[in-house]
Design a protein around this ligand. Structure first.
Ligand SMILES: Nc1ncnc2c1ncn2[C@@H]1O[C@H](COP(=O)(O)OP(=O)(O)O)[C@@H](O)[C@H]1O
Ligand SMILES: [Mg+2]
Length: 252
């Protein structure tokens, strides 16, 4: 498989702090990859260096053979890099379908006019239906987002992030704060995503993540500590040390 994403010695420094400290990794097209690691390991900052929300201080970010290191976020998005939008980016008084339509058109809420909204094209309608189906939201499409449960709002986030048919999807703790049932639903949605989307997932819930992904990268203090298949993660001494060692220190 050709690489979807290749990072070479990526550094992101905030003043003296190197939140990402020389990360190199390669993710094959279509892979499901987990990024794990304790709080502060640099996981979210690494995502931001991929989406362009922060600029890498040094190193290279290559997406589908193009060097995107210097591109602004919207140009990376146009190439097919999508991230989950937080619930706070959804429009609570609009329906699920209207939120998807806005995302398709790249519209801000101020631009939205319920009565003046142009009819979706056949292509837009098809994309919307595909996203509703993938995010298990069929039957909820005409409900206002504010009337949905927290878990369902997470599903809408997922739908919004895939409605433009991205090439790569970055999910930063998509199951955080959810009940076990809601977590299972989110896992099911991720598992059923088409394999032409490369999925990179930050998640703390080991049970969820290890059942979902092909390969795991464990970050610690901004560096790659371990890269291994999920079957080797729990038993890995270095992973145990950063998770359990930390618990020991916290307890002591
Ligand atoms: N914008 C920022 N300015 C300064 N420090 C930051 C910024 N964003 C993150 N950090 C720091 O970088 C480190 C890595 O943070 P983060 O990437 O959020 O870790 P994780 O997502 O693995 O918990 C932390 O020490 C955090 O405090
Ligand atoms: Mg984080």
């Amino acid at each position: 498989m050709p690489a979807a994403l290749t990072l070479t010695e990526v550094v992101v420094a905030f003043g003296a702090l190197r939140a990402v400290d020389g990360v190199s990794l390669s993710i094959p097209a279509g892979e499901r990859r987990a990024i794990i690691g304790p709080n502060g390991a640099g996981k979210t900052t690494l995502f931001q260096a991929i989406t362009g929300m922060v600029q890498a201080t040094s190193g290279r970010v290559v997406f589908e053979d193009a060097d995107i290191t210097a591109l602004p976020p919207h140009q990376r998005a146009r190439r097919g890099i999508s991230r989950t939008f937080q619930i706070t980016n959804l429009f609570p008084t609009l329906t699920v379908r209207q939120n998807l339509f806005l995302a398709l058109r790249g519209l801000a809420p101020g631009k939205f006019n319920l009565f003046g909204m142009p009819k979706p094209s056949a292509d837009e309608a098809a994309r919307t239906e595909a996203a509703l189906l993938a995010a298990r939201l069929v039957g909820r499409e005409d409900t206002e987002v504010r009337a949905l449960s927290y878990g369902e709002q997470r599903q809408v986030e997922l739908a919004v992030s895939i409605v433009n048919q991205p090439r790569m999807l970055l999910l930063d703790e998509p199951a955080a704060g959810l009940s076990p049932n809601e977590r299972a639903m989110v896992a099911e949605v991720i598992r059923a995503l088409p394999r032409d989307i490369t999925v990179v997932l930050i998640e703390h819930d080991m049970d969820l993540v290890l059942g979902l992904v092909d390969q795991v990268t464990c970050l610690h203090e901004g560096r790659v500590l371990v890269e291994a298949p999920p079957s080797e993660i729990r038993g890995n001494p270095a992973v145990q040390e950063v998770y359990l060692g930390r618990a020991r220190h916290a307890a002591g």
